[in-house]
Design a protein around this ligand. Sequence first.
Ligand code: C5P
Length: 222
Amino acid sequence: AKGFNVAIDGPAGAGKSTVAKKTAEKLGFLYIDTGAMYRAITFAALAEGIDLHDGKALGKLLEKSELRLESSNEGTAVFWNGADITAAIRTNEVNSNVSLVASHREVREGMTAMQQELAKSKNAVLDGRDIGTHVLPDANVKVFLTASVEERARRRHLEQLEKGLPSDFEQLKKDIAKRDELDSTRAIAPLKQAADAQVVDTTSMGIDEVVETILDLVKEHS
Ligand code: C5P
């Protein structure tokens, strides 16, 4: 049987992963963090010293490696050839290189196939950039989650400070805007609102409010 699929796309820092995880929890659905998958290959390529401009080499790396996601209430644990790289994929180095890695056709084809396989015949919530437009064009519910750059940078900034990490608000704003620009202008499956997606601007919304909005959409489409 075909599963019920919820696609949540949007720019960096819009709260997609927090919202997608909570929504999946409430629905008892599987949560698939597709950004974590692109982060994983970026980390592995950096570790192996592979040229990040070489799509073919990156495609080969993906083919010969085993990538596994384990979702739980805690979040998504990520394993590359059995090694736990959950924390390693969230560094600044990965942040600033992931859009380049994700721009290659060979990488996107491999990831898209994996994502479609993971979601197939399952009830699942997926978050990313191209879920509603390319990975699951027939998703039952499509949400485009967005917020102003200012607000997205502010949230990241507070997150960093809460963790006791150094944080530069202006730099964060630049980094986020840069990643959006790269993700939106790439040739293959760019970040884009699907024609049939519901836009949810979270600039002045709390997490629970956003989750409730999506749960309402799911009810409407069930
Ligand atoms: O969602 P997250 O910020 O973890 O995504 C990291 C990066 O992975 C994005 O900036 C984008 O370059 C890439 N990505 C993508 N397609 C997706 C999910 C993420 O290209 N479906």
